[in-house]
Design a protein around this ligand. Structure first.
Ligand SMILES: Cc1cc2nc3c(=O)[nH]c(=O)nc-3n(C[C@H](O)[C@H](O)[C@H](O)COP(=O)(O)OP(=O)(O)OC[C@H]3O[C@@H](n4cnc5c(N)ncnc54)[C@H](O)[C@@H]3O)c2cc1C
Length: 394
């Protein structure tokens, strides 16, 4: 085991928090520096809740999973009339980003979670690494972990060639409270993930906890993710130009999508989706957009600096494994540091292992996305479609 280290994590979302909690549990002194001036909020969207994402909450925090997620028992596909054309008995757990974040945050010492610190520069030093923040503060560390997400400043500086490749489509997302949806639809959507696949597109919906974490039926929300193609250039620029006329890069958050595009979404939903799924869109107060990018890195370790989660690989959401990958990077890093006497050896072995996890997941999610959005050969019986981090179902 490496001697106790002073570790600085940049980015206090699910990836940063999981790594920080684990390394703290192993006896290291860990501080998180988060850009946001206040605790992260308003990211209530649903997430597939895979084992790597809930492992800390279940195994270390002793949380009853039933209190933070919703279980579905079926995978169903509908036709345009809303009839079930395929049904598989398969259980998934779904939660929301808010619910997981707030529970993970609760596991970490508040005085070591430092808000309002935006990393602007960093470097390796003779003894470790140093980070510099926009407010002028400078901190030294034995190990600097970049968990600063898809727009990572750290990746951009360390590996400028690893830029986001636009996948050719965006995810329209949103959540409709069950309490405002027709009860017949709530009942039919409540026990499954429900898909509708049509030419060059697909939508999936599933129940998630309410924005304040309520998991009881009738008080939850129905989450949708609708993948739609936009040609790079004018078409993409237009949909990413927000209500104030600013062109966004990665997402257009709730309340900021131009009204004409929200109206177009609702009318297209009425025209092409089965009524039950269109109803989810019509009852979602503020749909929002996340652009789908592929980001692949060749390295995750640069001296005493490393990248994890979306700061390393950003993968398409089709395996529902983004937070699982970010968390798994943290588990693997903690294990490598515990199992090696020397930090550099630990980082090398961690990098080899996690580069494989990231590149395999990216390749799998690319294949799935191509099938639905461009090749039109999506097959509901394809085992590769089952959510999972290391492989389908795992
Ligand atoms: C449409 C869509 C659907 C998805 N569905 C799922 C799903 O079902 N299941 C799932 O597991 N994942 C899903 N994901 C992916 C998931 O949201 C991400 O993979 C995950 O949030 C990555 O976590 P992270 O901690 O690496 O980065 P992030 O959550 O992006 O966090 C990065 C943090 O770093 C901070 N930060 C950024 N820059 C700086 C800086 N310079 N200085 C200091 N702090 C900084 C940010 O404020 C933020 O808190 C989906 C993604 C999309 C787009």
């Amino acid at each position: 085991m490496v001697e106790p280290l002073h570790i600085v994590v940049v980015g206090g979302s699910i990836g940063g928090l999981t790594a920080a909690c684990l390394l703290r549990d192993s006896g290291h002194d860990v501080l998180i520096y988060e850009r946001s001036a206040v605790e992260l909020q308003q990211r209530g969207a649903g997430i597939g809740f895979l084992p790597a994402t809930y492992r800390y909450l279940k195994d270390r925090a002793g949380l009853d999973l039933a209190s933070v997620c919703v279980q579905t028992d079926f995978i169903r596909y509908l036709n345009g009339q809303g009839d079930v054309t395929y049904e598989l008995s398969h259980s998934y757990l779904f939660s929301s980003w808010n619910t997981v974040y707030s529970n993970m945050l609760h596991q970490f010492e508040p005085e070591k979670y430092v808000l309002g610190h935006e990393l602007v520069d960093f470097k390796n030093t003779n003894t470790g690494a140093q980070a510099r923040f926009a407010n002028g503060s400078i901190v030294d560390a034995d190990l600097l972990i970049g968990a600063d997400g898809i727009g990572s400043v750290m990746r951009t500086q360390l590996q400028p060639s690893a830029t986001g490749q636009y996948a050719g489509y965006v995810a329209w997302r949103g959540m409709a409270p069950e309490s405002v949806m027709p009860s017949e639809f709530v009942e039919r959507l409540g026990d499954s993930i429900t898909y509708f696949v049509y030419r060059d597109s697909h939508i999936l919906v599933y129940p998630i906890p309410s924005s304040d974490g309520d998991v009881s039926a009738g008080n939850r929300m129905i989450n949708f993710v609708w993948y739609r193609n936009y040609a790079e250039g004018d078409e993409l620029n237009d949909v990413l130009t927000d209500r104030s006329g600013n062109r966004r890069d990665i997402s257009v958050p709730p309340g900021h999508v131009a009204v004409k595009h929200v109206e177009e979404l609702r009318s297209t939903a009425q025209r092409v989706l089965p009524e039950i799924l269109s109803s989810v869109i019509q009852h979602t107060p503020e749909p929002f957009i996340q652009v789908i990018y592929d980001i692949e890195v060749e390295k995750m370790v640069f001296g005493r600096i490393c990248l994890l989660g979306d700061a390393a690989f950003a993968v398409r959401p089709h395996a529902a494994a983004g937070t699982a990958k970010a968390s798994d990077d943290g588990w693997a890093l903690d294990t490598a540091i515990r199992e090696n006497k020397n930090l550099d050896d630990a980082l090398r072995s961690w990098e080899t292992q996690q580069l494989t996890v990231g590149s395999r997941l990216l390749a799998r999610t690319r294949r799935i996305g191509s099938r639905s959005q461009f090749e039109n050969n999506w097959d509901p019986t394809d085992p590769e479609l089952i959510f999972g981090l290391h492989k389908p179902g795992d």
